[in-house]
Design a protein around this ligand. Structure first.
Ligand SMILES: [Zn+2]
Length: 71
């Protein structure tokens, strides 16, 4: 069994199942609480900078993700 740990909070995800209790965003494994936080942050940013192109959304998501992963 593969042990997955969240790239943002570094916690192990017991019984990790993709799209069930963790998701892969870009090349990072992210637990559900962290992915919700990430999407929330990105959405708030998008709302503040409307109209927001999908390309920009991706860039923002990537930046917020990197920030959460401590890089
Ligand atoms: Zn996490």
């Amino acid at each position: 069994m593969t042990v997955i740990s969240c790239d943002a909070c570094k916690k192990h995800i017991p019984g990790a199942r993709k799209d069930v209790n963790y998701v892969t965003i870009l090349d990072k494994d992210i637990c559900m609480p962290c992915s919700e936080k990430l999407l929330e942050t990105t959405k708030r940013h998008a709302a503040a900078h409307a109209p927001f192109a999908f390309r920009d959304y991706q860039a923002t998501l990537q930046r917020d993700l990197a920030k959460m992963c401590g890089r």
